[in-house]
Design a protein around this ligand. Structure first.
Ligand SMILES: Nc1ncnc2c1ncn2[C@@H]1O[C@H](COP(=O)(O)OP(=O)(O)OP(=O)(O)O)[C@@H](O)[C@H]1O
Ligand SMILES: [Mg+2]
Length: 115
């Protein structure tokens, strides 16, 4: 059997040449970003305040739409909002501020929102 190396583990999240600016701003928060997170990787992200960590996570979840570039989750390209909706049953994001997370008054209402 072939030994398992980082090179032959499957990609879970792969970004290629992703750029993103918030509407009305010409500051490129993400500028040609490449990232490849593979099965069994444990990733910590450290960067200064306002450098784009949250924007990056929102981009992976389809909440920020990049100007160009490729997003692949579990080997599938994320091209439409429907692709992201489908993958959200497998990939979750917990927001850093729980007040942003709990936006519906009842837990069960929130669970139903993404169906
Ligand atoms: N909704 C928004 N509209 C316009 N600009 C935004 C918005 N959200 C973030 N920005 C800007 O985008 C840049 C990146 O912000 P982001 O929140 O992604 O950084 P961060 O690394 O998560 O910061 P922190 O460590 O404070 O959480 C900052 O310059 C910020 O001001
Ligand atoms: Mg943040």
């Amino acid at each position: 059997m072939m030994p398992e190396t980082p090179e032959n583990r499957p990609s879970i999240i792969r970004l290629e040449n992703i750029s993103f600016s918030y509407p009305g701003s010409n500051n490129k928060v993400l500028d040609g970003l490449n990232l490849d997170i593979k099965a069994k990787d444990r990733i910590g992200m450290m960067a200064p305040n306002g450098s784009g960590k949250t924007t990056l996570l929102h981009t992976i979840m389809g909440l920020c739409k990049p100007e160009h570039g490729v997003i692949e989750v579990l080997g599938s390209p994320m091209e439409t909002q429907r692709d992201f909706t489908r993958i959200r049953t497998k990939v979750g994001l917990l927001f850093q501020d729980s007040d942003d997370q709990l936006f519906a008054p009842r837990f069960w209402t929130m669970l139903r929102l993404d169906r």
